[in-house]
Every structure is written in C-alpha cells, then in structure tokens.
Design a protein around this ligand. Structure first.
Ligand SMILES: [Zn+2]
Length: 248
C-alpha cells in the first residue's frame, strides 16, 4: 500500500444507506487496510480505527454491527451512560449492547463533559479522570465487563490531543493528531467526499450509526423522529402523576 491511494468510486460523496457504508468498508479492505483496536495503542501503517458514537439509537448500532460482522470488520461502539435517546438500565438495551459485543466489537464509554462542566473552563486532569472513571465503573457494572476506551461527546478543546492515564482517549494524539481522522458528522459526506485527498496510511474513522438506514433519510427527519419518541416517553412518565394530582 502506498502512502495515499487514489480514491475509488465508493469514496466519492455518498448517501447514508447501510449499503453505501458497506461499499465504503469494502473499498478499505480492497485497498489492503485492516481494522485495529484502541486498546492496542497507535495504529500501525495500514490500520483503521473504526469508531461509532451512539448518540441516537442502539438499534441502529446493532444493525451496523451486524453488517460489519458480515464483512469481517471490527469496530468500537461508544455508548452514553445517560442520554435522552436511550436508557441503559433497560434490560432490552443492555441485551442489544451484549449482542454487539458478541459480534466481536469493542464497547467503550461515550462521555458527555457538558453534563458536568462548561465548555470553556478546563476542570483539570485529575477531576476529568475521576469523573470519567466513575462512569467507566458504572458502565462496567452494567455490561459485566469494564471498557478501557473513552470518546468525548461534542468534545471541548481541552480533551483534544490530550492523553489520560486511566483510559484511552480517542482524541489523544496517537489516535487523532498524529494520524488521519475523518468523521461522517451531520451527514456531510452527502455533499463532500470523505477522502478527497486519498486515504491516509493510517486513520481513525468516526461513523454515527444513527445516521445510516436501509434507505437514505435526511438528518432533520431522523433527529425529528428521535425527538418525538423521547417526548412521548416524557409524556408517559408525567401523565399518571398529573392524573394523581388532579384527583387530590
Ligand atoms: Zn456524541
């Protein structure tokens, strides 16, 4: 493999169908890449670290994980401990994560700094490490196996290019600044090719499973659906409480 290979047709702009995603993975495989793990440290030449931040849907994550398994691709699924979109205390949701792990993928923590601190003020290494370790402990208890990798949700500047002692930060230099990095955020590959300058010799690729479906669905429609679902769960929770209040 050369430093930077020419982009095949699959690497031009693409719609967010799972079939298109599978085509992208096949083009990496055809170019000779292998898929590594964060716990092994900085990727070797010819290695891709494939990461998924689960912001919206565990069901979409499982669909993606199954597709990757068919292609012999391994990746890392990063899960939020607390998010409006899914509740990790539900047994069904834990079973979905168990199935992703059974397919040979790694599970990791998706950590939301914004729950704890403002974006502008760096709380300092010790405080970040302590809070992330707390969440890793809780996630480890839920999963029955403690993850060692952490990706930060909507990362503030003070987690970028920073390595931490107790866990692998997916934005540490070895996974971010020292190697290639691409993401599918906001469905931007719809209008721009992900690798318009060719493929880096090693890189991390962030793909959000919630954005990819059997047929292409626009970002606004996807987010709108999840928002409505979350609203109806809030309504289900509060309805009996307001009825009880009416009866008093
Ligand atoms: Zn996120």
């Amino acid at each position: 493999m050369t430093e930077s290979v020419q982009s095949p047709a699959e690497l031009s702009s693409l719609d967010y169908r799972l079939d298109s995603y599978a085509g992208l993975l096949r083009s990496f495989r055809d170019a000779g890449y292998e898929f590594g793990r964060f716990e092994d440290g900085r990727p070797a030449a010819g290695e891709i670290l494939l990461r998924h931040d689960i912001d919206l849907s565990l069901d979409r994550a499982l669909a993606m994980a199954e597709r990757e398994r068919e292609l012999g691709v391994r990746s890392t699924y990063c899960v939020l401990l607390s998010a409006p979109a899914y509740d990790l205390t539900r047994p069904r949701n834990l079973r979905l994560l168990g199935r992703i792990a059974d397919l040979g993928h790694d599970l990791a923590l998706h950590f939301d700094t914004h729950r704890y601190w403002s974006t502008t003020a760096d709380p300092g290494r010790a405080i970040i490490e302590a809070k992330v370790t707390d969440e890793l402990d809780v996630l480890g208890r839920l999963l029955g196996d403690q993850p060692s990798t952490v990706s930060f949700h909507m990362p503030p500047d003070w987690v970028l290019d920073r390595a931490f002692e107790p866990f692998a930060n997916t934005y540490a230099p070895a996974f971010f600044d020292d190697i290639g990095y691409r993401s599918d955020s906001s469905q931007k590959w719809r209008s721009a090719a992900p690798f318009d300058e060719g493929l880096p010799d090693r890189f991390q690729l962030l793909v959000h499973p919630g954005l990819w479906h059997a047929a292409h669905r626009p970002m606004a429609e996807i987010v709108g659906d999840h928002r409505r679902r979350s609203h109806s769960q809030v309504d289900d929770y509060f309805a009996p409480l307001s009825e009880a209040a009416d009866e008093q």
